[in-house]
Design a binder for this molecule. Sequence first.
Ligand code: IPM
Ligand code: MG
Length: 368
Amino acid sequence: MTNPSLLILPGDGIGPEVMAEVRKIIDWYGAKRGMVFDVSEDLVGGCAYDAHGTPLTDETMAKAQEVDAVLLGAVGGPKYDKLDFSVKPERGLLRLRKEMDLYANLRPAQCFDALADFSSLKADVVGGLDIMIIRELTSGVYFGEPRGIIKEGNERVGINTQRYTESEIARVARSAFELARKRNNKVCSMEKANVMESGVLWRDVVQEIHDAEYPDVELSHMYADAGAMQLTRWPKQFDVIVTDNLFGDLLSDLAAMLTGSLGMLPSASLGAPMANGRPKALYEPVHGSAPDIAGQGKANPIACILSFAMALRYSFDQGAEADRLEQAVEAVLADGLRTADLIGEEGREPVSTAEMGDAIVAKLDASL
Ligand code: IPM
Ligand code: MG
């Protein structure tokens, strides 16, 4: 049997620093659990543009299509702000999502007990929070045509198109219902059916898939703006939230802050099963490249490490090992270790990115 394969794309900004800590975890699983991965590494984003004039080469794209899972750090930075849209670092990530057809983006928002006091919301509102946002990732206004900036008379007009086909809605709805069955059996679908036709269709299709295939799952619908309000008012009313690409982008940043820091949240982007039965998959932290703190050892590696835990669970069927890694993270936080993003007014000394990674490895050792 060949080893499972991983393509690592650290990217820009804090991406390489946090990925270095994930490497320690991957090595630990090889050495201590006999789970050896064939790891290759490549460029994506601004660093790929610097090296090759494109944020993602065709060779890297082809590699991503072949491996069992892709792990990505972060892309982008102020240095690339003025670049043409077609070669911006973000286009590298969007191309991966689109060409791998990773339509279901799983963004869990879990509040670790040790951090409940750190959220900007009251501890009783977020304590024990465990929700999952499923964001449609390959369609909607991110990709709809026509798009562009055109000239109309003597002024410019910016155009993007929100577009969803029935089948695009149906497949992400199924992902949400399947996942809900493994959790608390509840799905809330969010759109703007009060103002957008694409929202009307979204609501109808989600309801149809529910009635025909998942009548056992509790389904509700909410306008996305009201959903944002409810997420901050009483987030524990939700289990699985399914929503479109743009609303999902916004709502998942909001949900992330419920848990204390954007530096904590992992994500999995999943597509259809490959020949070996594993889904096409890319794992990445929800946070960005944080250029302001890059290269200083201040970044929190936990989101990226928890993204690898999601890879263990969703690509490699190693739920127990994913639990082990999540518990190691929880234990380190319970010990009081905090990277700079998790320090509030209390004036605690932050640990560095590498110290956090090492502490998690030590907890993994202790778990054996
Ligand atoms: C995210 C990010 C990306 C997005 C950017 C970097 C293209 O904000 O993954 O949430 O908008 O999807
Ligand atoms: Mg985002």
